[in-house]
Design a protein around this ligand. Structure first.
Ligand SMILES: Nc1ncnc2c1ncn2[C@@H]1O[C@H](COP(=O)(O)OP(=O)(O)OP(=O)(O)O)[C@@H](O)[C@H]1O
Ligand SMILES: Nc1ncnc2c1ncn2[C@@H]1O[C@H](COP(=O)(O)OP(=O)(O)OP(=O)(O)O)[C@@H](O)[C@H]1O
Ligand SMILES: [Mg+2]
Ligand SMILES: [Mg+2]
Lengths: 227, 227
């Protein structure tokens, strides 16, 4: 369970303050499938970085499963991130020197999965995203959409209890995009929490719950009948 | 005028050969607005790199305005690239240490535009893409869609005679995406050649001519009534 209370994220560039998150409060129960929608620059990725404990808010409280994140040790944080959370980053964040397969294996190494099983699961995941003939390619030897699909395989392979997906279909044609959405629906059926960031209403509508963000504020939440 | 004859681009990974372009022939007249559509991995970005003289084909001929590109000196190539062609890259390719404004100014420096005018035109272009309040931000201080809009401003500011745009709306919400398409329609009205790469049929349909690519081959060309 994710609980965010009165969260602010304020950036300073010179004298200018940018309120990327402006008093955001949000609760996401286990096993929910939520889409967070909003225009470019509205605060979606910033919110995801907070939820995924990749960055710290300027102020406000954040609890995962009852634990207050700001009070957790770095070690406990890293441990939780690696074990509980799967990330699909907006810019993929693949390691350039590793092949597709090696990139997909990465989270499993953190989780102590033995080599043989990592190899098997990685190939399976890459096959699911249609890349079994690209496993030895490095990121720069892959098309944009192929890189995105490697990032997706990497996030899904560990079946993380919380999946944070930031624009996971942005670089994909509609067919590949639909396949990815199916994978997420499947993961959700299996009881995982899915938080899907998108600027695309079409994609958002496939989630049971929609939260709209505008200029760093929640402007609508389909749960509890809107805001 | 762009003429491509029997072009191949073949990559080798270990023993495996990937035919990214497989006997592609294509002619694009001055002032045309062409959309090149195809699924992920079909060869769109590779084709754009050839057209933009950013990479060399494995075989085949390529003429720009009657000159055979393979016979041009590096200097002449670079000169033509900088002066004639504007690029919107799929992964933006902004310089990380430069601010948004400095990134937008870059092509104008190559073209010898004086500093004062560069500054004026850069601010104008950033305003057109809705980023006048982000001119001092570096790429990592911008959202994904904002980075894309900086890349767009950079390409459009010089009013290049040939605009090569690779998925220019991928990271944008529908409103920003529509604005970008308007800008391209405007540039086209003013007599520029627009080559728009996209996996999104919706975007492609806004171009007068559609060329479809599949597994490195042209499968359809709306000019000349299909293939
Ligand atoms: N490190 C930073 N420094 C300064 N401002 C920042 C920084 N990171 C983000 N911002 C600003 O915060 C706002 C929110 O950014 P964010 O990346 O969360 O938007 P987004 O909703 O993900 O947008 P997009 O759909 O374009 O990816 C933007 O206006 C951006 O310019
Ligand atoms: N440097 C490279 N080495 C090996 N293979 C490559 C290289 N660059 C591209 N490829 C392969 O060539 C094919 C075409 O790539 P390209 O980037 O042109 O596709 P695309 O149509 O732009 O795809 P997308 O819509 O996903 O961006 C892909 O299958 C890709 O794996
Ligand atoms: Mg974002
Ligand atoms: Mg591409």
């Amino acid at each position: 369970m994710i609980v965010i209370e009165n969260m602010y994220k304020i950036y300073k560039i010179g004298d200018i303050e940018v309120k990327a998150l402006n008093n955001v409060s949000l609760t996401i129960e286990d096993r929910e499938f939520v889409a967070i929608v909003g225009p470019s620059g509205s605060g979606k990725s910033t919110l995801m970085n907070m939820i995924g404990c990749l960055d710290v808010p300027t102020s406000g409280k954040y609890y995962i499963d009852g634990q207050e994140v700001s009070k957790m040790s770095d070690r406990a944080l890293a441990d939780m991130r690696n074990r509980k959370i799967g990330f699909i980053f907006q810019q993929f964040n693949l390691l350039p020197k590793l092949t597709a397969e090696e990139n997909v294996q990465l989270p499993m190494i953190y989780r102590g999965v033995p080599a043989g099983e990592r190899h098997r699961l990685a190939l399976e995941a890459l096959d699911r995203v249609g890349l079994s003939d690209r496993t030895h390619h490095k990121p720069k030897e892959l098309s944009g959409g192929q890189q995105q699909r490697v990032a997706i395989a990497r996030a899904l392979v560990g079946k993380p209890s919380i999946l944070l997906a930031d624009e996971p279909t942005g670089a994909l044609d509609s067919k590949s995009g639909a396949e990815v959405m199916n994978m997420m629906q499947q993961l959700h059926k299996e009881g995982h929490t899915i938080i899907l960031i998108t600027h695309d209403n079409h994609i958002a509508e496939q989630a049971p719950r929609i939260v709209r963000i505008q200029d760093g504020e929640i402007s609508y939440d389909s749960k509890g009948g809107g805001n």
